[in-house]
Design a protein around this ligand. Sequence first.
Ligand code: ISL
Length: 570
Amino acid sequence: DIDRQWWKEAVIYQVYPRSFNDTDGNGVGDLPGVVEKMDYLDDLGVDVVWLNPVYESPGADNGYDIADYRAIDDEFGSMSDWEELLEGLHDRDIKLIMDLVVNHTSDEHEWFQESRKSKDNEYRDYYIWREGRKVDREGGPYGPSGEAPPNNWESFFGGPAWSYDEETGEWYLHIFDQKQPDLNWENPAVREEIYDMMEWWLEKGIDGFRMDVINLLSKPEGLPDSDDEDALVVGADHFMNGPHIHDYLSEMHEKVIEKYDAVTVGEMAAIDAEQARSYAEDGMSMAFTFDHLRLDFGPNGRWSHGTFGLPELKRAMSYWQEGLGDQGWNAIFFGNHDEPRILSRFGNDGVYRAESAKLLGTLLMTLQGTPYVFQGDELGMTNYPFESLDEVRDVDTLKNVRLAREDGRFSDEAELLDVVRRRSRDNARTPMQWNTDEYAGFTDGEPWIPVNPNYEVVNVEAERDDYDSVWHYYRGLVDLRHDCEVLVYGDYDLFFPDHDDLWVFTRTLGDEQALVALNVSDTSTQFEPPASVAGADADLLAANYDDIDDVDSVDPTDLQPWEARVYKLA
Ligand code: ISL
């Protein structure tokens, strides 16, 4: 009894419009730029586009600070450009999901402009205002008022999660930048405004929402101090998965989502499988979870570097593969606009660039869940070789790294640069590499962020001309995903969990079975098939080395560095 859903069978492609394609020469990608590349997306074969925010915004956090939810920012084009995109994608049978950013707005949103005016303004309670603490805590006073912030919560981007506002002498909460005040979801008027806005977009014909930091909406009564030292940031134990989060999300589902055949994918840091199942009960189609993207955090968390082995990565992923059961569904991703490039983080972006990019693509498309391809990963794009902080644009990197430097948390500038190279969100935000023209064909002007120097080799035009390229391999994987139901709905079973180099699993659906064998290492490794499939008749559905035409059964073999094979058992 399979619970079939279109979004389980889909391959989703993430477009970060700022860095995708610029048509007006201002150095910033735009909507006409995405329109121009619709055939490209169609050729790749993807079913859905997730578009990062293009709403009106002052751009303090690249559009995650929204000033008007119902307007397109001039930088990206106009509403009619957006409509052309929606229509063009739909003509090609590609769906469109939009980013929903409703934990916070921009401080330039008119609600906040009103809210900050006076304590009795009708929008006051749209945000979270509190008095400062009169008694100085250690390290205070902070604000110009000589007070300390209302509690000890910290912003993801570094520093206190509160800013003092002179106008009324109170502090407002912002879990992200100070230009991103948190909305007060306890206020029913806020919720109604958001639901109306969502409905407005769904009426325009979009197919769903990617929900930004959606498990942060509910803050606990009294906003207590945090004493959890392991929390992702101070306070996360209180503001993540807060007391009313399920009420809000199930209300949102009943009032809006349910009326449309819309897909929802929640960005949900810090949840376990049980929590994911309860979010699924609220109506959330699937969730982005982050266990696998924390493995390389060091002793000082995100802005330090640690190492991990393949067994830990397998454990993190397999937990989710096995953990959801009939309830809930995985969103499979290894990177996005907030994370380093997957190839540099999980593969080998040097000698085995193409091989390891293909292996990671194989993994992405054969795990259970809906795969998300982040723009450029289908080419094997890599991290950017930052030489200095001058090349960094990202508010998160700049703020966190400067604070860490002030606190003396880096032993020297080289260590700082090392962590920026590994971690900065800008690694994923360099322009899409289209061809060998200046600036990789991304813009005729000066790009807002530097182009990765490897564009001369890694680019769409070169890869489409080369049948052995990462691009063609991804193209094949998309087809495979569409053709093989077992890869969508089959159960996942892991073999040799402790093997340091091999990741071997089967997917099973009734009497259909696929076997995935990956050599996640730089050295060739002997593969002994698991007993249950050893010797079985099989065809190869996908393989990233080409000297294996004669394979017709699952036999012991040497897997080359970063070799990936997908067998279909007869
Ligand atoms: O946990 C993280 C990294 O592993 C954080 O980066 C977290 O996922 C992220 O900060 C939340 O991201 C989303 O909301 C932010 C915005 O800056 C990001 O671009 C967006 O994806 C605030 O809206």
